[in-house]
Ligand binder design. Structure first.
Ligand SMILES: NC(=O)c1ccc[n+]([C@@H]2O[C@H](COP(=O)([O-])OP(=O)(O)OC[C@H]3O[C@@H](n4cnc5c(N)ncnc54)[C@H](O)[C@@H]3O)[C@@H](O)[C@H]2O)c1
Length: 320
């Protein structure tokens, strides 16, 4: 990776990934793009282009203008929003991906796009979900992710595009808010803990899903992209996870630092149904063996950092 084009760069992952890549590869070598500009650090600290990923011609133009050798495709509609607008989701998620893969092919670039735990479905083994297993998702988002994984593998096999991907679990972060996923509760709970010391969860108690803290997710992306191609048996996409938690587990961790924190429930049937169709815990062995995946943050270490960073953000004081 020397010159990197990022789509959807102002979202939850992109706004942090852009800054991390600029630190490592140089500000001018990381071209952030999104459907519109805002005043965030990722948008104003270096090269930025307005780019709608459904416009394949313009994507190729931008890639050629900056002579990129890597395309990181993040723009997508996430699980909960995709369930509300399934046809729009198909067109954006599949059309955008096809354009991004074609761009990578045209300019001979390495390629990354995230898949998700949403690529699995109710017939997938729920605990210790293997790398290679049954994938029959029941959401539009999941259908897009499975099709996307296959399409990225196809571009590798058919055209030799160096495609790589990660099946991300719910990502927890404090810079940009999540964009309409099923695991968003695990971010909101920290914001509400700091602001109001209480949270009403739309996901029910006992519903376990995989999660990961954003710094570990950024490491995983960079480590996978820098990994020796010959060592990769799988490509699209690797299971990665740092923890398997339910709302009670996160609340118990928060209570260690904010003793008066209260968790209550008002379950949203749509997002609950999506969550129940996903695995409880992924097996990341293939990622560990093929490119050395590791993570630093377990639940308590993440909770401590999230609460510290959000308290700084809101300039509030945590006291019992
Ligand atoms: N955040 C998570 O927990 C998580 C977990 C698993 C997988 N993923 C995947 O990672 C990728 C990025 O996720 P995210 O959480 O950063 O999403 P996000 O919703 O926070 O950001 C998506 C970005 O895409 C942009 N976008 C939307 N439509 C666009 C278009 N037509 N053209 C260009 N840009 C457009 C949005 O403006 C936004 O900035 C997605 O593929 C998502 O499925 C995310």
């Amino acid at each position: 990776m020397k010159r990197i084009l990022i789509t959807g760069a102002l979202g939850q992952i992109g706004s942090e990934l852009t800054m991390r890549l600029r630190e490592i590869y140089g500000t001018d070598n990381v071209i952030a793009t999104d459907i519109k500009k805002n005043q965030s650090e990722a948008a104003i600290s270096g090269p930025f282009e307005v780019l709608d990923v459904t416009d394949g011609k313009r994507m190729v133009e931008v890639a050629k203008k900056y002579q990129v050798d890597t395309v990181m495709h993040l723009a997508a509609l996430l699980s909960a929003t995709a369930e509300e607008k399934p046809v729009f989701a198909w067109n954006l998620n599949m059309g955008g991906l096809l354009n991004a893969l074609e761009t990578a092919r045209e300019v001979n670039a390495q390629f990354f796009t995230p898949s998700s735990i949403g690529a699995f479905g109710p017939t997938t083994p729920k605990d210790g979900t293997p790398q290679d297993t049954i994938m029959r998702p029941t959401t539009m988002y999941g259908v897009n992710k499975v099709a996307g994984e296959l399409l990225a593998d196809y571009y590798y096999q058919k055209f030799g595009v160096d495609t790589r991907g990660l099946r991300f679990p719910g990502l927890i972060s404090y810079v940009a808010l999540p964009g309409g996923g099923t695991t968003d509760y695990a971010v909101e709970i920290y914001y509400e803990a700091v602001k109001n010391r209480r949270y009403t969860s739309y996901i029910d108690k006992g519903t376990y899903m995989d999660m990961m803290y954003m710094p570990d997710a950024l490491h995983a992306i960079i480590d996978l992209m820098e990994a020796d191609s010959v060592k990769l048996i799988h490509r699209n996409s690797f299971n990665v996870s740092a923890m398997s938690v339910d709302p009670e587990a996160i609340a118990a961790s928060i209570t260690k630092y904010i003793p008066g924190f209260k968790l209550s429930y008002q379950v949203d049937p749509i997002r609950q149904k999506i969550a129940e169709s996903w695995p409880n815990s992924l097996d990341s062995t293939a990622a560990i063996q093929e490119w050395g995946f590791k993570y630093e943050y377990d639940l308590d270490k993440m909770t401590q950092d999230m609460l510290t960073k959000l308290t700084e953000k809101y300039q509030l004081k945590i006291s019992g």
